[in-house]
Every structure is written in structure tokens, then in C-alpha cells.
Write a protein that binds this ligand. Structure first.
Ligand SMILES: Nc1nc2c(c(=O)[nH]1)N[C@H]1C(S)=C(S)[C@@H](COP(=O)(O)O)O[C@H]1N2
Ligand SMILES: [Mo]
Length: 247
């Protein structure tokens, strides 16, 4: 797994190696200074990515958290799970991991949890504040033993839009971010079907379409090239939506 320190270390290590060579072949220190400035800028960029999203209070919670996109996958398999309160739902964690997992909802709930009140922003021009509870994705990835070759985490969903399965992906900086959770509850109650029951992603530094609902499989990969349209997400594949949707 690439930790924050590991990533910065790799960047800094590469730059320092470069610096040594430049220092040996250059007469003055001007170039070195430039490289140092660049190094500081790179560190600032990474710190920005790891900063926390704003959290709100219970009083700020929206009375109704609307649904958007799929509001019910409505496949025979999903309907059967819903009828049984998702007691037989399994969450797979696989791909570039040492120990592939297949977890029940009860097992997901038994892991360490995080609760956060955040604002969801959809590109279509609406926002809502909700309280989400779930297991940090970093925990799941540690349990599964994600391999260092993994560069992205892909979320496979149970629903399709116009006959194409919904999916999304994030990089390891967002995957290991403390506010990135696999949520099973909204405002203290099990996720409503319209909001992604039984499990959905919350990746709080990004826009609404990254917040994958109805997750049945989490896959660690080295590249997004082989997955669906290759652009890392349902909307990314078919419209101009950016893969990195930072807010
Ligand atoms: N599986 C799945 N996830 C999805 C979508 C979808 O259609 N299917 N829509 C996305 C969009 S565009 C938004 S704004 C949010 C909406 O989440 P909500 O339904 O809880 O409001 O889910 C995102 N995740
Ligand atoms: Mo959205």
C-alpha cells in the first residue's frame, strides 16, 4: 500500500536523485532552488488532496436527502435482497489484494466505524447535507492486504443505466483518506434504497457522481484501461465528466 509518507517519499526521493545529478553537472545553485520550489509545490498539492472535507452539525442535516440517478436497481436479484433486508448481501473485496474478502452486511457493521455529517454536491445543481456511517475504506483494504501495485480502487454497482452497469473509481490518496467510507447508514438509519442500500461510497472531497451506490464489489487495480470504457466511471465513459471531480 502506498501511504501518504510513501508517496511523498517516492516523489521527494526521485527529485533528490535528480538534484544530485544536476548539482554535480551545474555550476550554480539556481537550478537546485527551482527544483526545491517544485518539490514544495508538489507537497502542497498532496496536502490539499489529504485535507478533510468540512463536517457539519446535526442541526444542519437536510430534512430529506433526495435520490438521483438510479433510485432502485429493480433487478430480480436486487429485489430479492431488498425483500430480505439485505441479510444475504455480500461485499467482495478483490483484485490486487493478498486476501480476497466476501463480507456480509453484519460483518461490515462489526468493523470499526466512522460517522460524518457532510454536504453532497451534484453537478446537476443541488446539494444536501447528510450524516453517513460506515467502515473506512482504508480498513477494508488493510484487511484484504492491498498490494503495492494497486493504483486505483474500482466500485462495481448492482444497477445499470441504459443497460450499462454503473461503476466508479478513485486513486489511493482518496481510498486511504480518513473520510472515505463504505456507508451502510444515513442519518442513523439503514440506507434507503434510493440512496444506495445496502452499501454506498462516500468520498467527501469529490462530486456526487463519484459516490457509487449499491456496491457489491470493490476491486484493486493497477490501471483503469481494461475496465468498461476505460475512463474510470460510468459518466466519465459517456460524457465529458472529469474522472477527478474534486470540490
Ligand atoms: N450505482 C449508482 N451510483 C450513483 C448513481 C447511480 O445512478 N448509480 N448516481 C450518482 C449521482 S449523479 C449522484 S448525484 C449521487 C446521488 O446520490 P443519492 O441518490 O443518494 O442522492 O449518486 C451517484 N452514485
Ligand atoms: Mo449527480
Amino acid at each position: 500500500m502506498i501511504g501518504r509518507r510513501g508517496l511523498i517519499g517516492t516523489l521527494a526521493g526521485g527529485l533528490l536523485a535528480g538534484c544530485t545529478k544536476i548539482a554535480q553537472s551545474q555550476p550554480g545553485g539556481a537550478l537546485l532552488e527551482t527544483v526545491e520550489r517544485w518539490n514544495r509545490a508538489a507537497q502542497r498539492a498532496i496536502s490539499k488532496r489529504t485535507a478533510l472535507a468540512r463536517e457539519f452539525t446535526v442541526a444542519d442535516i437536510s430534512p430529506f436527502f433526495r435520490g438521483n440517478g438510479t433510485q432502485n436497481p429493480a433487478t430480480p436479484a436486487y429485489d430479492a435482497h431488498a425483500a430480505g433486508q439485505f441479510a444475504d448481501w455480500r461485499l467482495a473485496v478483490d483484485g490486487l489484494v493478498e486476501r480476497p474478502l466476501s463480507l456480509s452486511l453484519a460483518q461490515v457493521r462489526a468493523l470499526p466505524q466512522r460517522t460524518q455529517i457532510t454536504r453532497h454536491d451534484c453537478v446537476e445543481g443541488w446539494s444536501a447535507i447528510g450524516q453517513w456511517t460506515g467502515v473506512p475504506l482504508a480498513r477494508l483494504l488493510a484487511l484484504a492486504g492491498v498490494r503495492p501495485e494497486a493504483k486505483y480502487i474500482v466500485f462495481h454497482c448492482a444497477d445499470s443505466l441504459s443497460g450499462t452497469p454503473y461503476y466508479e473509481s478513485i486513486d489511493m490518496i482518496d481510498a486511504l483518506h480518513p473520510q472515505t467510507i463504505i456507508a451502510h447508514a444515513l442519518n442513523g438509519a439503514p440506507l434507503p434504497i434510493r440512496n444506495g442500500a445496502p452499501l454506498r461510497l462516500r468520498v467527501e472531497r469529490q462530486l456526487g457522481y463519484k459516490q457509487a451506490k449499491y456496491i457489491e464489489r470493490i476491486e484493486a487495480v493497477a490501471s483503469l484501461a481494461g475496465i468498461a470504457g476505460g475512463k474510470g466511471g460510468y459518466w466519465e465513459d459517456r460524457s465529458g465528466y472529469q474522472w477527478y471531480a474534486g470540490i
